[in-house]
Design a protein. Structure first.
Length: 318
């Protein structure tokens, strides 16, 4: 059994306004081959930073991201290039991540050609196959990104990632910009590709409702820390951490208007000055003295991990 991506990234030093932000603090997450892990939290909680570290766009200042047991830095030359291709990212906004001056044929075909995955004379057929795989007509290869709908651009972004034969795909808000019905289509596509190609996903979203149905496990992040991690069904049906409970309460049921995080009391604090103790304490309806001074550790609670003092406090039962 392999750790496709184990991150024990600690104290990532991102320079913002000349201050060091600990965007991701002491996160440990191992993803098994073929697994889908949903990573959920409000914007600014560090989940995109974690995603960028997993694909190697950012380096943790302390700790490591390992792909099949090795960090990118431990691999040299050709081996590093190959490992990095195996972990691809599908970005938040497909339009901004696609060069508007390039035709789809180039957008999708360039990386496989440059990396020698497909010979030049076969690129056209290769692109046509990828377009079909993501549900687009191969003749669309001639067109430019602006000639597609949001959902179609999402498919192009996915075809592009698939072109280099990845094993792991990090999806950062990959369906966030889409209408709910289109979201469902793209999520279905992700799941079909997983079944066909044996892909592994780290699926990052601010919306627990989006990751609910596709994840094997769900990790909930709050201000740079994972506060709950467990089987998706456990986390959704029996959330342990008060923050997860609030997120679950806000999953919109079908046909109701989509609600936002405003329903959780207060704003997410700045990661520049995270509250001491449990980062969630200023917003937590159950906070007590210990929460303001002592950081709760992730502990096994009935088969999932949760970081909340209530779990070893008699108050839980009360
Ligand atoms: Fe709330 Fe305290 Fe648990 Fe944090 S540790 S979630 S403040 S009860
Ligand atoms: Mg983000």
């Amino acid at each position: 059994e392999l750790d496709l991506a184990e991150s024990t990234a600690k104290l990532l030093g991102a320079r913002v306004e000349a201050q060091t932000v600990h965007a991701v603090d002491d996160v440990s997450l191992a993803i098994a081959p073929g697994e889908v892990v949903g990573l959920v939290g409000e914007s600014g909680c560090g989940k995109s930073t974690l995603g960028r570290m997993v694909v190697g766009l950012l380096n943790p200042s302390d700790g490591a991201v390992r792909y099949r047991g090795k960090t990118y830095g431990e691999l040299k030359g050709e081996a590093q290039r190959k490992a990095r291709l195996k972990v691809q990212m599908v970005f938040q906004d497909p339009m901004s991540s696609l060069n508007p001056r390039l035709r789809v044929a180039e957008l999708i075909g360039e990386a496989p050609r440059v990396h020698g995955i497909v010979p030049r004379r076969e690129v056209k057929d290769y692109v046509a196959d990828l377009l079909e795989r993501v549900g687009l007509d191969p003749t669309t290869a001639r067109r430019y990104p602006h000639q597609f709908s949001g959902g179609q651009r999402a498919r192009i972004g996915i075809a592009r990632a698939l072109g280099v034969n990845p094993e792991v795909i990090v999806c950062d808000e990959s369906v966030a910009a889409l209408d709910v019905s289109i979201q469902a289509q793209i999520l279905n596509l992700f799941m079909r590709l997983r079944a066909d190609l044996g892909l592994t996903y780290l699926f990052i979203s601010h919306d627990l409702g989006v990751v609910e149905h596709i994840s094997d496990r769900i990790a909930v992040m709050y201000l740079g820390r994972i506060v709950e991690l467990g089987e998706a069904e456990d986390v959704i049906r029996r959330p342990n951490h008060p923050y997860t409970q609030a997120l679950v309460a806000e999953i919109p049921t079908l046909g109701t208007e989509k609600r936002t995080f405003a329903a959780i009391k207060g704003e997410i604090p700045s990661p520049l000055h995270p509250p001491p103790g449990c980062h969630f304490h200023p917003r937590c309806p159950h906070a007590f003295d210990r929460c303001r001074v002592e950081r709760p550790a992730l502990k096994d609670v009935g088969g999932r991990l949760s970081a909340c003092h209530l779990n070893d406090d008699a108050r839980r039962a009360a």
